[in-house]
Design a protein around this ligand. Structure first.
Ligand code: MG
Length: 252
């Protein structure tokens, strides 16, 4: 009996293939060749990627309307290729509606400012305008030498997430936002299935990294969601003469 077991074990060990004999995976098996990614000519300093929707290219406001009255043209000023808030005229928003997207925007607060805190070069990029005075705000504000609550400074997701870094340039200089917006998902009954996510770079510096919003922006109280579909993108009139240029979006 014992001899037979030993013989069986020896036989087994002889039968086992060595590592060197095992078939090696073929690297070609994990190569994917199709479908090929769509060819996009990248943006330059002043032009959008070839597949982007240009929201403001320096000429006119044809892509924008008054947020309070979408049948009314946007009332902000366009001069020398630059769009500037006309204080008191109200927020403006895109004619088009968007779901998920990549957006590029350049903004500039006036070189000379008299206010402080939230009253110093305040505007805002509402990533989805969900109604009058509503939406999800990525703050625009002078923050080079301006103290305010950190979840309300430039590049904050207002009252929800402070920026990961303060990448502000001086007042009077052009600054960039590059944003990846993932819209929230709602069920047929309006229940929240997935929150909105925001990744944002300010002047090329990561300031929001897949931040999961708790709801729409609220000035006071706790944020909450209200179901919505594709929505306009909105720029805020907070009374300050903040300027914009080179705004484009790539729906995803
Ligand atoms: Mg604002």
């Amino acid at each position: 009996m014992t001899t037979r077991i030993i013989v069986a074990l020896i036989g087994l060990s002889i039968a086992l293939p060595s590592t060197a004999q095992q078939p090696q995976p073929d690297p070609k098996d994990t190569e994917v060749w199709a479908p090929e990614p769509v060819r996009v000519v990248p943006a330059s300093a002043s032009t959008a990627p070839s597949d982007a929707v240009v929201l403001f290219g320096g000429k006119d406001l044809r892509e924008w309307v008054a947020a309070a009255s979408p049948d009314t043209p946007a009332g902000w000023t366009v001069k020398d290729g630059v769009l500037t808030v006309r204080g008191g005229s109200g927020d403006i928003q895109t004619r088009r509606l968007f779901g998920d997207y990549q957006l590029h925007l350049e903004w500039r607060v006036p070189a000379t400012l008299s206010g402080t805190g939230q009253a110093r070069g305040n505007s805002g990029l509402f990533l989805a305008a969900t109604g009058a005075g509503r939406g999800y705000e990525l703050q625009i504000l002078d923050c080079a030498t301006n103290k305010t609550y950190v979840n309300g400074q430039a590049a904050s997701l207002y009252k929800q997430f402070a920026p990961l870094a303060n990448a502000c340039a001086a007042a009077g200089e052009w600054q960039t936002y590059d944003v990846i917006w993932t819209a929230p998902r709602f069920g047929a009954d309006g229940a929240l299935l997935a929150p909105a996510y925001v990744t944002a770079l300010h002047n090329g510096v990561l300031v929001q990294n897949h931040a999961a919003l708790q709801g729409e922006t609220v000035y006071a109280g706790k944020p909450f969601y209200r179901a919505h579909g594709p929505a306009p993108i909105k720029l805020q009139d907070h009374g300050d003469a903040v300027s914009f240029r080179n705004i484009w979006v790539r729906p995803l």
